[in-house]
Every structure is written in structure tokens, then in C-alpha cells.
Ligand binder design. Sequence first.
Ligand SMILES: C[S@@+](CC[C@H](N)C(=O)[O-])C[C@H]1O[C@@H](n2cnc3c(N)ncnc32)[C@H](O)[C@@H]1O
Length: 196
Amino acid sequence: MKEFIIIGHKAVTAPFSLNDLPGAAGRMDILCRCVNAALFLSHDLRRDVRVYLVLKGGAPSKIVRFDGASVRYLSPDERSAASLIKKALEKQAQGFWTDSTPGVSVKIGEFGDLLGELNKKITYLMEDGVDIRTIPYTGSSDHLFVLGDHMGLTDDEENIIKGREHEIAGVGPLSLHADHCIILLHNEMDRSEKHI
Ligand SMILES: C[S@@+](CC[C@H](N)C(=O)[O-])C[C@H]1O[C@@H](n2cnc3c(N)ncnc32)[C@H](O)[C@@H]1O
């Protein structure tokens, strides 16, 4: 299983207009692109991937989960992912996972709670991290990646990561968009799994 957590510091926690994802929805466009980068192949989906969007633009913060094994009604455009997030936010979220549309769930929760729930070694993606190509990604991959939005991660969020088993990895010498980093990560893992 490959799991990706993306933190949306401004992303709203209540239903939003699909017509202003970058503005009123609090850079929801970034999170939607991450969902697509994590889950889509050409004419197929990556079934071994889960994406967790931590929405921090309202109180309490919420987490929306996309599960590649069971997700339906998702097409590879931002608006489609946004529409499924919006539907999830229309649910009465609790402190446990509530199903929304197939393969999409929502809960009230914080970043730290989610790390505790997943309880895996974390690979935190950061511009000056250790070159990802020095980290072995073999067939039995079970990985948890954490990425920031346009604001990166706060000191508090970094401290939460540092309190758990983790590594800090970089995908290249330039600062990239989070969704582009996800594509590069997938490519490294794909190549490793195909022994290229
Ligand atoms: C647009 S960047 C964040 C830029 C933000 N202004 C900052 O200074 O942190 C979004 C996220 O992509 C990831 N990222 C961007 N470039 C990266 C790189 N070269 N290697 C690893 N992760 C990267 C990081 O997780 C970052 O938080």
C-alpha cells in the first residue's frame, strides 16, 4: 500500500462552490490535483494507493480519504475530485470514518491523529531532503508519504513528524508542486518494482 497525506492549510471543511477552488475553497485545487496524481494511470487507477487530505481551513479540521481500490465516479479532472470532496463534506463527519461516495470517506481529525492511526514509518517530502534515489523502493512497498500544499508544513506539523519514525526525502533540486512530486515518487516506485 502506498499512502499519501497532503495537508491543506486553507482548505475549507464545509461544502464549497466548485467554481472557485483556488479562492473560496482555500486552494482545494492543489489537493484535487494531488488526488489525481496519486490515483490515475492512463485508462486505469492505482488500486494500491490511498490519499488522505487534511483540511485545516475550518474548525474542527477534517480528513477526506480516497481509496484507489474502491473509488468510483472519479475522473481525471480537478472538478471531479472536488465534487467528491464536496460530497464528503456534506456528510455529518464524526471522529471515525464515515463513507461518502464509493471509495471516499471523511472524519473529523488532526494530522497527528492520522499519523497515529496509520502508524507507519513516514517519508516526509521536503526540498532539501535526502535524494529519493538513495532510498530503496522495492516490490513489497508499504509507504506513507507526507507533502505540504503551497505553504509547505508548519513547524508544529514538522515536530509531529519528527516525534515518529521518519525519513526526509527530496525528489530533485527544485521546489515543485506537490502533485508533481507525487508523480515523481510513483515513477521511482514503478521503476523499482519493474527492476528498471
Ligand atoms: C509548492 S511546495 C511548498 C512550497 C512552500 N512555499 C514551502 O516553502 O514549503 C509543496 C510541497 O511539495 C513538496 N516538495 C516540493 N518540492 C520538493 C522537492 N524537490 N523534493 C521533495 N518534496 C518537494 C513538499 O512537501 C512541499 O511542502
